[in-house]
Design a binder for this molecule. Structure first.
Ligand SMILES: NC(=O)c1ccc[n+]([C@@H]2O[C@H](COP(=O)([O-])OP(=O)(O)OC[C@H]3O[C@@H](n4cnc5c(N)ncnc54)[C@H](OP(=O)(O)O)[C@@H]3O)[C@@H](O)[C@H]2O)c1
Length: 281
């Protein structure tokens, strides 16, 4: 199959390229395949004629999105309309990557695919713009007809992987440099390895199920303290971990406190701690 990956040099994009290597891949990133330059993107994709386009390109620096809302909405939201129009014209399916941050983090049972999003920061709002566009809704002055398009919104959460700045690698560095480290106990989610997420996205790309929203995460819920405790255990580090609270670490963007994604449509993935053990081995 011929597959194009947008944002192919990002943390997820690189692991997707590995997992999908038996296919013919077109790897695009900001230098060649900027998703906000629709004419150039159309030329490339029309030339390559992919069967499936996977959009991993995004403005992912959550705190920076607060001060750069227009850019965040353009990259994470409005560009999705242009990508979708191109996919319709070349008859390609579109797998668009989204996030648990479209939710406010107040549901005590986590979030099902059809729960109504209610973002609490600009990044989450900008990603929701992309989701609504694919669902054919009008937002930010843009509306497109997606009935003729096979589209997939794939929400991920708490990603880590070897090719990008991520919480796991940051905490390993912090633990190696400090005798005591404070970690919050009040943020809950599903830590997810990009390789496992990529294999689940591969399944969608190869089977093209019904258009709609899909949740992809390793199974099991953890708070950040439990996550770091597991890293410490696997690596046999001697750092003392101290329980903290989000208010100890003020950030420009608010985070959803409890945003595990519930997957009711795809085969279940392995547990987050097993995936983490393999990542760290
Ligand atoms: N990381 C997480 O915890 C997490 C959680 C849930 C969902 N997600 C979603 O998962 C997807 C992949 O995230 P990731 O963690 O792999 O992020 P990432 O490492 O930041 O990758 C995103 C890539 O997109 C590129 N990019 C930015 N603007 C672009 C543009 N205008 N045109 C083309 N490429 C552009 C970035 O380039 P530069 O680096 O040069 O900007 C980067 O290579 C995103 O949709 C993100 O919203 C991530």
């Amino acid at each position: 199959m011929n597959i194009a990956i947008l944002g192919a040099k990002g943390m997820l994009g690189i692991d997707l390229s590995t997992v999908l290597q038996q296919h013919t891949l077109t790897l695009l990133d900001i230098g060649y395949g900027d998703i906000t330059k629709s004419t150039e993107l159309r030329e490339i994709l029309t030339l390559k004629q992919p069967h499936v386009v996977i959009n991993c390109a995004a403005f992912t620096r959550v705190d920076d999105c607060e001060s750069q809302k227009e850019l965040a909405v353009r990259i994470n939201g409005l560009a999705v309309a242009d990508i979708a129009e191109i996919c319709k014209d070349i008859n390609a399916a579109l797998i668009h990557i989204s996030t648990d941050y479209v939710f406010d983090g107040t549901h005590e049972n986590g979030y099902f695919e059809d729960d109504i999003p209610s973002p609490i920061n600009t990044y989450g709002y900008s990603k929701l713009v992309g989701e609504k566009i694919l669902q054919g809704e009008e937002i930010e002055g843009r509306k497109i007809d997606t009935q003729e398009l096979k589209w997939y919104i794939v929400r991920l959460c708490w990603l880590y992987g070897k090719s990008g700045k991520n919480f796991v690698d940051t905490m390993i560095e912090v633990m190696k440099k400090n005798q005591e480290v404070k970690v919050v106990t009040d943020q809950w989610g599903k830590p997810t390895w990009t390789m496992d997420a990529a294999r689940q996205i591969q399944l969608i790309a190869e089977t093209l199920p019904e258009s709609g929203i899909y949740h992809v995460s390793n199974e099991g819920i953890a708070n950040r303290f439990q996550w770091v405790s597991k890293i410490k255990e696997v690596l046999a580090l001697h750092t003392i971990l101290i329980e903290g609270h989000s208010s100890d670490f003020p950030t420009p963007a608010k985070r959803p406190m409890y945003s595990p994604l519930v997957n009711t449509k795809l085969p279940p993935m392995r547990s987050w701690d097993k995936a983490l053990e393999e990542y760290l081995s």
